[in-house]
Design a protein around this ligand. Structure first.
Ligand code: FPP
Ligand code: MG
Length: 266
């Protein structure tokens, strides 16, 4: 999936420079937090947004880089909380902060990161964008509460889709909408593209071997448990078609081709 990173490498590097230089103090926890932030991430949210903007012939401004930096920070903060909730031992091939230190440190590290995301968002100076991100973090937490409460229950596919929209797709949607606002693109269309990508991304994550094992331990029901493999694939195809329809209307270039390939790979 990260094969297309070279198309937007310079911009991803700018985001990584932000992420790598966040803290002006050091201690044992922050050193590890820095390693976690910089290690082995696909930066998939930024990658999709950058490809989408470039496919639509938009320049990548400082504001876009700030929006994407905030998106990556919020995502990483949510993982530090998620690994506590899921009792996860490993993340991105390394021992989790909650495993290496403890749950308290992991939760506090997530809180600590969130303050930096707010800083970047305030720097963008756009009230609608700030509101979108506030709404996304609310939806993420709400969905995690919902998922937790419904552990070990038989849930309907609509309930599952609402949960993965909240916990994963809403942030993709917000990032794409914010990028569209700042570059004068169709905000609704960009949001739809981000949302569909996020839904497919989470459905695939839930179908991976590691996730199946951990979800079983935690009593989390996912699409294949609820609807079976065939209906899950039908649902995925339906989302992909909607994404292709959005791509169809965009100018032909390498960035659009990359997005098309990414959709096919989902
Ligand atoms: C991963 O799900 C988790 C998320 C996508 C969202 C987690 C959100 C919270 C814990 C709410 C707190 C939010 C903020 C902004 C601090 P997963 O467990 O299915 O995926 P995994 O296999 O990658 O762990
Ligand atoms: Mg998890």
């Amino acid at each position: 999936m990260e094969n297309f990173r070279f198309l937007v490498e310079d911009d991803i590097n700018k985001i990584e420079k932000h992420l790598g230089g966040l803290f002006n103090i050091t201690n044992d926890v922050l050193n590890d937090l820095n390693v976690f932030l910089m290690g082995n991430s696909k930066r998939i949210r930024s990658l999709i947004a950058l490809l989408y903007l470039k496919a639509n012939e938009k320049n990548i401004s400082e504001s876009v880089i700030n929006i994407l930096s905030a998106g990556e920070i919020i995502h990483n903060a949510s993982l530090l909380h998620d690994d506590v909730i899921d009792n996860a031992e490993y993340r991105r091939g390394s021992v989790t902060i909650s495993n290496k230190f403890n749950s308290e440190i992991s939760v506090l590290s997530g809180d600590f990161l969130l303050s930096y995301a707010v800083n970047y968002l305030i720097g963008v100076e756009h009230k609608d964008i700030l509101n979108l991100f506030i709404n996304a973090t609310r939806l993420m937490s709400e969905a995690e509460i919902e998922q937790y409460i419904k552990r070990n229950n038989d849930i309907k596919i609509q309930e599952y889709l609402q949960i993965i929209y909240g916990k994963t797709a809403s942030l993709f949607e917000t990032i794409l909408m914010s990028c569209a606002i700042i570059t004068n693109l169709d905000v609704e269309k960009a949001g739809e593209f981000g949302k569909l990508f996020g839904l497919l991304f989470q459905i695939n994550n839930d179908m991976s071997e590691d996730s199946i094992k951990n979800d079983k331990i935690n009593g989390v029901k996912t699409s294949v448990d609820i609807a079976g493999i065939e209906k899950t694939n039908d649902l995925k195809d339906n989302y992909k078609e909607k994404m292709r329809a959005i791509l169809e209307k965009m100018p032909d270039n390498d960035y659009k081709m990359a997005l098309k390939d990414l959709v096919n790979s989902l």
